[in-house]
Design a protein around this ligand. Structure first.
Ligand code: PAF
Length: 280
């Protein structure tokens, strides 16, 4: 695997490559990232990964400074897996050589709901850096995990609306055996919090089961899940049942007609904010 830190070296490595498959990450790689690399390997050649902790997508009181940076270990993991041909690991000056005044953001209907409501500049930061990374790598396909469900939809909408010739592939959420979705932030959980953490997914399953069983007052079901989380020591931002296709709330008729739905959540346990979702 070649490790490059500049856009010029990246472009040298990728010259003439028209079928690149790209996996953008912020590093601190775990098994879920490695599954994204494997999916990329099945859909393109060469596979390009990036590691860049993107300041632009963190709010002023968020965990940019303590976000785990483990480049040496990440390189070892990728070397062992052998799926990746080039790792692009730029520093901040390479990605943002001047203040990034030219930014893009999704429209309100997708960008200001759920995560966008609680992290106002998050999707601006994600869309802007993903567009910049796509411009550096020029991939034919790119792989994103479904754990960041709304991010996946934002990136898809951006590609569609800017007519970018990049196919976006989604990888299922990878979970520990007890149900906790893998995330770089799980390492911040204390032993007691780690034992509690799978209950976030447990609440999503409860909401799904209640809606499937015919409870159509889903606002009540959501409120009940939020209260249960609070009783267990969580500080939830939202638990919300939405349509898969546009993340808007479903109508009663759509629920009865079995519209594909997803229940999404974000909640803080101690100082760690976790997100998760479940399609049904
Ligand atoms: O999901 C992530 O790790 C990041 O949001 C991404 C897509 C790499 C952009 O910084």
């Amino acid at each position: 695997m070649k490790v490059v830190h500049t856009i010029e070296d990246l472009r040298d490595q990728l010259r003439g490559q028209l079928r690149a498959a790209f996996v953008p990450t912020m590093g601190n790689l775990h098994a879920a990232h490695l599954s994204l690399m494997r999916l990329a390997h099945q859909h393109g050649d060469p596979v390009v990964a990036s590691i860049f902790v993107n300041r632009l997508q963190f709010g002023p009181n968020e965990d940019f400074d303590r976000y785990p940076r483990t480049l040496a270990e990440d390189i070892e993991k990728l070397e062992r897996e052998r799926d990746v041909y080039v790792l692009f690991a730029p520093d901040e000056r390479e990605m943002y050589p001047e203040p990034q005044n030219f930014r893009i953001r999704p429209g309100d209907a997708l960008g200001n709901i759920l995560e966008g409501e609680f992290r106002p500049d998050f999707f601006m930061g994600v869309s802007t850096v993903v567009l910049k990374l796509f411009s550096c790598v020029q991939p034919r396909v790119a792989v994103f995990g479904k754990k960041d469900y709304q991010q996946l939809m934002v990136v898809r909408a951006m590609c569609r609306q800017f007519q970018l010739p990049v196919e976006i592939l989604a990888h299922e959420t990878v979970r520990d055996p007890d149900g906790l979705a893998l995330s770089s932030r799980n390492r911040f959980l204390s032993a007691a919090e780690r034992a509690e953490a799978p209950n976030l997914y447990g609440q999503l399953q409860q909401v799904r089961d209640a809606v499937r069983a015919g409870r159509d007052d889903w606002a009540g079901v959501e409120a009940q899940a939020m209260q249960t989380l609070r009783n267990r020591g969580w500080d939830p931002d939202y638990v919300s049942v939405r349509r898969q296709r546009d993340l808007q709330p479903p109508t009663l008729q759509e629920i009865h007609e079995r519209e594909p739905l997803v229940v999404l959540t974000a909640a803080r346990l101690g100082s760690t904010r976790l997100i998760d979702n479940l399609e049904f």
